[in-house]
Ligand binder design. Structure first.
Ligand code: BG6
Length: 483
């Protein structure tokens, strides 16, 4: 269908991925074990487990993932065929520093990304690089308790220095941490915070022991690391654009009861804006300090931390947006979703098979809400529908449900642009099928490109084009006019 709203001529259309969900080759080229590599596959109802010692026979989906490590040329050619202007990917920290605290980076690891960036350049695709996307060298978890230890900041900054210098002529857009605000939730302790699990922990909040004090301390260390990376990046190359990345959890009040309205605002503040206020404005907001005080959280800060935060403000704001939920001050309301999209059911919305409520208008609302606060250029760097796809006898994949989802979200972005939001790009999540972060499954697919691999890890890994591939190709070719 036709879209009456127009997109800027240089709008960055593309797709998004993360190394541990895409690359595989988990021990190839001298790569060290990462936190993602010790997580087993789960399902919608069965949690992923964290096993400090790898178990024979267990399914660790990151180990092979969809083998981009060996197939990047074919995959990038397919992205180019769709017309991608930008490709969001992450660098696997443990390919560069296998243990995190090594004295020297791995030349072989660096060369892999040389090849990937060269391939992207060949097709005129701009890389957008997440420096840390839900993984850290596992050794940092074992030996330092990950981000809970202040020394991890230095390891991260050294890693940044190496990749900034190495790739400064290939990469302009960088994101310091994927969904940094996930650490405000127990769910993020291991995945985002690389904090050592006790025993054979499960990824879900309910089982992994939570220590809120330590989680916020780890988050503080990430803020300092991010700010130092921004400052260093600008010194290394003045044209670098370095952004924050927030899992924007759009939460409506369930009713117009002022209690619900206030609660929704408080959730927006604590879950979404706490992190971006620090990264965009360079200081903790008042509501965060109040929260820390009320929860008796005492952050250990060093002299100079305030200055570091001030000097390391990001250049642009990026976020993931999948769904919305509701909040209520009243007890016993019906909840829906899981992982990062857990909240109350909205009677006006339909949900995906994984119970993520579908709400394109929420994207317009979120874009306006965030832009009103910061006025910075923005990118939607994740958005999409995780769904089960069926391959027809003739090999085609008729994923109209995905096209419907994406069409309405692109339309919502057009409306937000018309509202005046400075939106500069869109990278839909999992442009090629990849491992689900939340459940570790393959069957929760987001891609335009199908990958023949199932939940048990079986399949040829062959790639094929879904119907949505051709749809997105048209969207990009018409710069968002033909949906
Ligand atoms: C985002 C993450 O939260 O959501 C991605 O940054 C993740 O890594 C995506 O894959 C979708 O979540 P899931 O659980 O469906 O993979």
């Amino acid at each position: 269908s036709v879209n009456n709203r127009s997109f800027p001529a240089n709008f960055l259309w593309g797709g998004a991925t993360a190394a541990n969900q895409l690359e595989g080759g988990f021990d190839a080229g001298g790569k060290g074990l990462s936190t993602a590599d010790v997580m087993t596959a789960g399902t919608h109802t069965v949690s992923r487990r964290i096993t400090p010692v790898l178990e024979a026979g267990a399914n660790y989906p990151s180990h092979e993932a969809v083998d981009f490590y060996h197939r990047y040329e074919e995959d990038i050619a397919l992205f180019a065929e769709m017309g991608f202007k930008v490709f969001r990917m992450s660098i696997a920290w443990s390919r560069i520093f296998p243990n995190g605290d090594d004295a020297m980076p791995s030349e072989e690891g660096l060369q892999f990304y040389d090849r990937v960036f060269a391939e992207l350049a060949k097709h005129g695709i701009e890389p957008l690089v997440t420096i840390s996307h839900y993984e850290a060298p596992y050794h940092l978890a074992e030996a330092y308790n990950g981000w809970a230890d202040r020394r991890t900041i230095d390891f991260y900054v050294r890693y940044c220095e190496v990749i900034f210098n190495r790739y400064k002529h290939s990469v302009k857009y960088w994101l310091t941490f994927n969904e940094i605000n996930i650490l405000t939730m127990p769910f993020g302790t291991f995945m985002a915070g690389a904090m050592k699990p006790e025993g054979n922990a499960e990824l879900t909040a309910s089982v992994q022991t939570d220590n809120e004090q330590l989680r916020y301390q780890a988050l503080h260390h990430q803020f300092i690391a991010s700010a130092r990376a921004v400052k260093l990046g600008h010194e290394i190359h003045k044209d670098f654009q370095i952004g924050c990345m927030i899992a924007y959890m759009c939460s409506y009040p369930l009713t117009c009861n002022p209690e619900d309205v206030l609660l929704a605002q408080q959730k927006d503040n604590l879950s979404n804006f706490l992190c971006s206020d620090v990264q965009v404005r360079g200081a903790y907001p008042g509501f965060a300090l109040r929260y820390f005080q009320e929860k008796q959280i005492e952050l250990q800060m060093e002299e100079g931390d305030g200055q570091i935060l001030k000097e390391g403000c990001v250049d642009f704001y990026t976020f993931s947006y999948y769904s919305s939920t509701c909040v209520s001050a009243a007890p016993d309301q019906e909840s829906i979703g899981g992982n990062m999209s857990l909240g109350l059911k909205n009677p006006y919305l339909q949900a995906s098979a994984w119970e993520w409520q579908i709400d394109p208008q929420g994207l317009r609302w979120s874009l306006n809400n965030i832009y009103n606060r910061y006025g910075l250029p923005m990118m939607v760097v994740e958005n999409g529908l995780g769904a089960v796809d069926t391959v027809e006898a003739d090999g085609s994949i008729k994923d109209n449900y995905r096209i419907d989802y994406l069409r309405e979200h692109v339309r919502a972005m057009g409306e937000a642009l018309a509202d005046g939001v400075d939106l500069i790009g869109y990278t839909s999540w999992g442009c090629i099928d990849l491992v689900s972060a939340g459940t570790g499954e393959m069957k929760k697919r987001y891609g335009f490109i199908y990958v023949d691999k199932d939940n048990e890890g079986k399949g040829t890994l062959d790639r094929s084009r879904k119907d949505s591939f051709f749809w997105y190709q048209r969207v990009i070719a018409s710069n968002g006019a033909e949906l």
